[in-house]
Structure formats: C-alpha cells, structure tokens
Design a protein around this ligand. Structure first.
Ligand SMILES: [Zn+2]
Length: 304
C-alpha cells in the first residue's frame, strides 16, 4: 500500500485517491523534439528534463493550494472531506502512442521495440516521482483520458509541422480505431510491460458490442491476470432512442421499442456514461471509429 496506493479495481473509490493537479506531457512532441539516434536513451534524457519542469510547476501549484487553505478559501479541505497530504501531484501523459508511431515503431502487442519505447518514456517519470516524494507531497503518473487535450495537442503539433497521425491523440497503448487489435492484444498492451511505471492508472477499455456470457468474461479475466493487466473495464455502449426515449443496454442500429433510427449512444468515459453527441467534435469522430468487438470468437477476424 505504501508504494502504490491507487486502487486499480475501484478507480476513484480507492484509498483517498485523487489529484491536486495534473500537468500533462505531450509525449509525441517530446519524442519528435528529442534528437533520436535510433536508441532510446535520448528520449529518456529528454523526458528527465521535462519531468523536472513539470515537478516544479506542480510544486508551485501545491504552494498556492496551501496559501489558499491558510486563507480559509478551501472549506472542503478544512471540513476534512479531502486531505491534501493524501492527494497526488500527477504527471499526465498524452500522445504516447503517436510518439512511437513517429519513430516508425508499430504499437503492436508483440513488438519488443514498443516495449523498449514504453520503458524509455515512462521509467524516468516513475523514478522522478519516487525520488521527489516527501512529507505531504506524493506523485503519480497517469495516462490521462485527454478528452479535450488530445484534440488540442494534435492541432498544436500539426501547426508546428510535427508528425500527427490522427486528429485526436489516442488515450490507450493500442490504436483504438484499429479493428485488428483484438481483446487479447489490448490486455497485453495494458499488461505489466506497459503499465508497471504508471502508478496513477491507465484503464484498459475493452469495448464490446454486447454483453458476454459468464464463461467468456471469466476467460477474459484469466487472460488479464496472465498479462498482468490490473486495471480494466468492459464497455458496452447504451443506445438511446431520441424518438421515444427508450434506452437499450447494448449497441443497436434501430430502437427495439419504436423501430426509430434517430439514435444516440452513451459510452463510458473514465467512470461515467456520456452521450457521444456531447463529446467534443473531434472526439465524436474518434468515438465513431472506436472498434467494438463482438465477442471472443469474432475477435480474431477483422469485423465490420
Ligand atoms: Zn424508440
């Protein structure tokens, strides 16, 4: 518990989890600004420098928070609902996979170069977070959902003529839009090789079209144990009929109640259901491309 107080199974309901502040590093930009000689040490060095800066920023934020509390401006803290000493200063990452793609490294489950890349990027953050821990200051690292930031980072990088493979940076270790990435690949890519340095969590979202059987879920959970994927969710989108208001607990192309096809879908965005129509525009496009697997048998084939 002392090393890793984030509760993976409960997410936000863990032991006094939560961040005081998150400052997110655009990994794609960092990688492309690093002088790459084909090895990974330059990327690690660039990351060490960046983490120093991010830590300074977060410590400054922490100092401001203390001042505000002393001035009586943070009643939630004073009432004891939140304890600042138990909250994290969080280093976020975004554009992780895009950074690999910019180096020509395929984000595949069995690509050893991708594992090396992950360690080069993440280990310096993990080590700095451990090194800088002190009384009342705890650090962690999280692959942030970046609902809006993923879009902004992509457009800022495009303006700088950097390599930008998609309009919204992916928030996973795998290409969320790629139908060839099956459920087992996802578990491997969120397994111990990739997430052991991410102590703030990085949920593996397993998107499914429909609910599986008890046996199928059990098989997937066993596979998760084998890969070391300790933080995962199953997402089955809800279908909301805008004509009659009926909500179906799976993804459908037609309302089962009134037969209407004016439909909206609700999907999970880290901990809560959100209507896709309420996503930011570029994220809506990305959500449409998200691949929902039909079940384990179908997953070995690219499906429609
Ligand atoms: Zn309906």
């Amino acid at each position: 518990m002392q090393d890793n107080t984030f509760s993976y199974t409960l997410g936000a309901g863990g032991v006094a989890t939560g961040s005081k502040c998150v400052m997110t590093i655009n990994v794609n930009r960092l990688v492309q600004n690093a002088i790459w000689d084909g090895g990974m040490s330059d990327i690690s060095m660039e990351m060490e420098v960046m983490v120093e800066k991010v830590h300074k920023y977060l410590l400054a934020f922490n100092a401001i928070l203390k001042e505000r509390q002393a001035a009586g401006l943070l009643p939630v803290y004073d009432a004891g609902f939140v304890t600042p000493e138990k909250q994290y200063l969080t280093v976020g990452i975004n554009g992780f996979m895009e950074g690999a793609e910019s180096l020509g490294i395929e984000p595949d489950a069995d690509n050893p170069d991708y594992v090396k890349y992950a360690q080069a990027v993440l280990k310096p953050i993990y080590e700095a977070n451990r090194r800088d821990r002190s009384d009342g200051v705890m650090w962690n690292c999280e692959m942030v959902p970046a609902e809006n930031l993923g879009v902004k980072n992509a457009s800022w990088d495009k303006a700088e003529k950097l390599y930008v493979p998609r309009d919204c940076y992916n928030s996973y270790f795998f290409r969320v839009e790629d139908p060839k990435v099956n459920v087992l690949d996802k578990l491997k890519l969120h397994g111990r090789d990739f997430t052991r340095y991410l102590d703030g969590g990085s949920a593996c979202h397993i998107n499914l079209d429909e609910h599986l059987t008890r046996e199928q879920y059990a098989l997937l959970l066993r596979a998760a144990i084998r890969t070391g994927c300790n933080y995962l969710t199953f997402n089955v989108p809800n279908t909301l009929c805008r004509s009659c208001g009926y909500i179906s607990k799976q993804r459908l192309d037609r309302c089962p109640k009134c037969g209407g096809n004016d439909l909206d879908y609700a999907t999970r965005v880290i901990g809560y259901l959100k209507l896709i129509s309420r996503f930011a525009e570029a994220r809506q496009e990305e959500a449409q491309r998200r691949h929902y697997s039909k079940g384990m048998e179908d997953d070995h084939e690219p499906s429609d």
